[in-house]
Structures are given as C-alpha cells and as structure tokens.
Design a protein around this ligand. Structure first.
Ligand code: GLU
Length: 298
C-alpha cells in the first residue's frame, strides 16, 4: 500500500435492499478505513437497470445514514459515468486489448466448457468476427498464466484467466457496461487504494487486476471479508430471500454485525455514536474470521 492517504469505499448495487450480509461488508470496510485515518466513499453501482429494484438506491442510502455511516464527498452514481467507461473501452480497443464479439449465449453454451464463473469463452471472435456477422459485445483478451491475488485476510490465491474464465465481457450485447470494467474505471478514477468487500467477489479480482494492467493503472490492495450464509449454507442475497435490515433497531444490529466480524462489542454501550467510537478504536482485521459466517442473530 502506498503512503498516500487510505481511501476505501462501499459500492452497493441497488438490485435489492441492504441485508445482514451487505451490512457486515459495509461495517468492515468502514471500520478499516476509519481506523486507518482514511476516507470512505460511497458509490451506487446502478448500471444494470433490468435487475434494479425501484427505490432501492435511496433506501440503501437512508439505511446507511440511519446506521450512522458517514461517507466522504458526494455519492457517486455509475449511471452518470458512461463517458468514463466509454473512454476506457476506446483505450482498450486502441491498445489491442479489447475485441468485438458476435457470439450469442446459445452459441457459446454449445461450444464452451464450464469454468470458475460460467462458461469459458472459447475465443471464437479473437481474430475477428466470422464474415457477415455483426459485433454484439466487447471482450478483454486474457492471457495464459496464473494471476496472483494477495489478499490481507484470505491470503494468496491464483487463477489462470485464459483457462478458468476466458476472454470476458466489458460491454454487454444488451448495451450495458459490465461490472468488471466499470468497477476498475471508477475505483481508479476515485483514487481508491484499498478495497474491502465480500469474499464472493474474490473470483472476480483476477479479472479486475487484468483490467488495471491493460489500462496501465496500478491496482489497489484487497481484503475480502467472509460472506454471511443462512443456516443452509447459502450466501445471503436477494435470491436466497435474505430479509432487508430494519433501521429501528440499528444499535442492536450493529452490535450483531461486529460480533460476527469477531469483535464482541462492550457490554455497556449507549448510543450508536458511542458504539462506532468504540468500534473504530478497537477494530482489527486480525480478529475477523476468514471463512463463511453463519447468520444466527442479526
Ligand atoms: N456492486 C457490487 C455488489 O453489490 C460490489 C462491487 C465491489 O465491491 O467491488 O456486489
């Protein structure tokens, strides 16, 4: 990590309301930033309108506010930053890192092997689309060889992008920007030098490192917090019907989140403010468990 001011962020997608898992991620990233005297930015990742829930972005902000999170600067909305993603894609095309792809999902499914995150793109359009076919999506060229992720909590992991993921999408056939491109463009543009987020995204990190590399940018440091699961071992999410957190009982829920993150809060703690002060002063990543956390009491 460079000596410059620590700058972290929380980047929710408004595809649902905050649940206990996203609260834990927000708490962990906030405490890591504040305990290191750094900044904490908030970015709404609203680039996928078909998956978004009406009102969720505002609800997430109100919930974070009610929990006492204080972010630095204005909230950034990805939906207002298309020009930045377009410029990055232009750069990747000009440097030969990105290429246009005409394949449909069906065509890919018929030819491809399954990899670590869906089908591994078989490279059909790597040397150009077949004659008479129109380009639909833009992909980033991956290369053979291990990409190493050094994570402060999860340790070292490796992924061979060409073999396990394949050339991945930057601009989707439906015209929407892919998360893998937008997240890197924004983190770089906002000067984020440390990313604390859920371990479900660890599988994406090598792709993002590749985007940093291809754009000639220095990557941030990473720390992936354990995901929260229900009693059946499924990650809490909209798909597993995780209940939205309710702001009425914020102090109790913050205490529960801290406990899950390995930080039993003090037995006596009045206001939310006091709880945050205590949490910032006593936060240490070394107490956070690495493995999945089973939700029992939040
Ligand atoms: N928007 C992503 C999500 O809600 C998180 C992106 C990130 O932290 O890199 O899952």
């Amino acid at each position: 990590m460079s000596k410059s001011l620590y700058r972290g962020r929380f980047a929710p997608s408004p595809t649902g309301l905050l649940h206990a898992g996203s609260l834990c991620t927000a708490v962990g990233s906030y405490l890591e930033a504040r305990s290191r005297g750094g900044e904490w930015l908030l970015r709404m990742e609203d680039l996928d309108p078909p998956r978004e829930v009406a009102g969720a972005a505002d609800d997430i902000l109100r919930t974070l506010e009610a929990f006492g999170f204080e972010w630095d600067g204005e909230v950034v909305y990805q939906s207002r930053r298309h020009h930045l993603y377009r410029a990055a894609l232009q750069q990747l095309i000009a440097s030969g890192h990105a290429y246009v792809c005409c394949c449909t999902r069906k065509e890919i499914a018929a030819r491809a092997q399954r990899g670590l995150d869906g089908y591994v793109y078989p490279g059909t359009c790597r040397r150009g689309c077949p004659d008479g076919r129109e380009g639909r999506a833009w992909r980033l060229r991956t290369r053979d060889g291990d990409r190493v992720v050094m994570d402060r909590l999860q340790g070292e992991s490796r992924q061979n992008l060409a073999r396990d993921i394949g050339d991945f999408v930057l601009l989707r056939a439906d015209g929407f920007w892919a998360y893998q491109l937008a997240v890197v463009v924004d983190d770089a543009d906002q000067g984020i030098n440390d990313i604390v987020r859920g371990a479900d995204l660890l599988v994406s990190t090598p792709r993002q490192l590749q985007v940093y590399d291809s754009l000639g940018l220095a990557p941030p440091d990473y720390c992936h917090l354990p995901v929260l699961t229900n009693a059946a071992g499924e990650k809490l999410s909209k798909q597993t019907l995780a209940p939205a957190i309710c702001v009425d009982d914020a102090a109790r829920q913050l205490r529960a989140a801290l406990t899950l993150l390995g930080h039993p809060p003090p037995p006596e703690c009045g206001s939310l403010d006091e709880l945050w002060r205590w949490a910032i002063a006593s936060w240490s990543l070394s107490r956070v468990p690495r493995g999945p956390l089973v939700l029992s009491d939040i």
